[in-house]
Design a protein around this ligand. Structure first.
Ligand SMILES: [Zn+2]
Length: 466
């Protein structure tokens, strides 16, 4: 980067709902889409005298994810009260972790086509989610201008994992790539389905800018509760543009919370600095500190699956970087690996996994034979459809070989060419797109049994002869 050029400084705070059976501090079941206020109890409704009991599974899941992010695991983590008032927070405080989080610091290796980027993980801590407020009436769906607001306490008390990255991200593209791979890591370790549409993954984005080579940080803008990769990318770019404009115009850039408006592609201030939050954190007196036993941490360390970044590097030995990324992010890698293990070359295995649906693992061997044989399209479609339902026998499909021998196809190709002198002239006149017409004719003559690749070759050979 040239001296004096503006540089983006971006960090993310990612919130993930943990996939536990019950809430963080009570035994209410977690069920997405359940009728409103059907999963509540004195604890999550904050009745006087009700006491929280931590969800052990949520603590284990947090440690597991922390280990997957190469985080240090605290010898003693402390739950803390974060005090603020909001109608969706009946206690008047949220139980979170402040000075002593369960996990952190750590490092996230972000593979790129050019090499490896190291993104710092400041911390990963456990807290409870607030309930859900629905604002009814009014144009914006926000509290301002609404006719009334309703609260659904089903979500209140859901175990929430917050992962805070260091401000190490240097472009909107990199921020989105980091979030995608982080999401994949979360899904892989099985602690959450991390689905932005369902709201089980949300991200706050912090953005500032500085001159290349400048030490320290300028005031940052926080963009809260983003739930789309695309909008996150746009919001980061908009924040960069607007801050650079402001700095260059000599205006003050204040630290505040901003909202991104996709319609105008601009950020507008949400909450000003004067109202800056003061949460008055203090250790939660109703809970003892969490002291993770060393054996537990070691056992969980053994449960961490190969990281998505490492898998991308491994697949990259066989495929190009883009393809390797695609396999990992679309969840098609298991099928590709099964087909490759059954003898298909990796690029073919990857292509088939990307283009075909799911199949039972025990069918990988039969499918590898089938796709290498010269089958009709119909037979291939049938084989994959059947392979999703039950065990298949390759022989059933291998009989339906596509017609590929030149001795049989040659005369048919000749006849088709002889029957269409006009199209031949068109082809020879330079419009080679007409080849598709000839292939179609031959396929029709052979009731779809001809191998289109062989047909194309034979046609081109003959059509090019004057
Ligand atoms: Zn409850």
């Amino acid at each position: 980067m040239a001296a004096n050029e503006w540089e983006l400084v971006c960090g993310l705070e990612v919130h993930v709902h943990l996939k536990t059976r019950t809430k963080m501090f009570c035994r209410c079941a977690l069920e997405y889409g359940a009728p409103e206020n059907t999963h509540t109890c004195p604890v999550c409704l904050a009745h006087p005298g009700a006491l929280p009991v931590p969800n052990e599974r949520a603590i284990e899941m947090t440690i597991l994810l922390g280990l997957a992010l190469d985080c240090a695991i605290a010898e003693q983590a402390v739950f803390a009260r974060k005090n603020y008032f909001y109608p969706d927070l009946p206690k008047g405080y949220q139980i979170s972790q402040y000075e002593a989080p369960l996990c952190g610091p750590g490092t996230f290796l972000l593979p790129t086509a050019e090499g490896e980027r190291e993104i710092g993980i400041v911390r990963a801590h456990l807290e409870e989610d607030a309930a859900k407020t629905v604002h009814a009436g009014g144009a914006t769906g926000r509290s301002v201008g609404a006719d009334y607001s309703l609260v659904d306490f089903n979500r209140g008390g859901t175990p929430l994992l917050e992962i805070v990255s260091a401000p190490d991200l240097r472009s909107a593209e990199e921020a989105v790539w980091f979030l995608r791979l982080l999401r994949q890591t979360i899904v892989d370790v099985g602690v959450s389905d991390a689905d932005m549409e369902k709201g089980t993954l949300r991200a706050d984005v912090n953005v500032s800018v500085r001159r290349a080579g400048e030490e320290g940080f300028r005031p940052r803008w926080e963009i809260k509760n983003m739930n789309s990769f695309r909008y996150i990318g746009h919001a980061v770019e908009a924040a960069f543009r607007q801050q650079v404009e402001a700095h260059e115009a000599g205006e003050d850039v204040e630290q505040s919370t901003y909202d991104y408006d996709p319609d105008t592609d601009r950020l507008t201030v949400h909450r000003s600095k004067e109202e800056a939050d003061d949460y008055r954190y203090f250790p939660e007196p109703d809970l003892v500190p969490v002291v993770p036993p060393a054996e537990l941490v070691e056992r969980l360390r053994g449960d961490v699956p190969e990281r998505p970044g490492d898998r991308i590097r491994r697949y990259e030995q066989e495929l190009d970087f883009e393809r390797a990324v695609e396999l990992v992010l679309t969840g098609k890698e298991r099928n590709a690996a099964l087909l490759a293990a059954a003898g298909l070359p990796w690029p073919d295995a990857a292509a088939i996994a990307m283009n075909r649906g799911e199949f039972l693992p025990e069918n990988a061997g039969a499918l590898a034979r089938i796709v290498q044989a010269n089958l009709t399209r119909k037979a291939l479609d049938e084989a994959f459809a059947d392979a999703a339902k039950g065990r298949i026998d390759a022989e059933t499909y291998l009989a339906q070989t596509a017609l590929g021998d030149e001795e049989t196809l040659g005369p048919i190709v000749d006849a088709v060419i002889a029957a269409h002198p006009e199209q031949v002239a068109t082809y020879r006149g330079g419009k080679e797109g007409v080849l598709g017409f000839f292939v179609g004719q031959v396929m029709r003559e052979t009731q779809g049994k001809a191998d289109p690749k062989v047909v194309s070759r034979l046609l081109v050979e003959r059509l090019r002869q004057e």
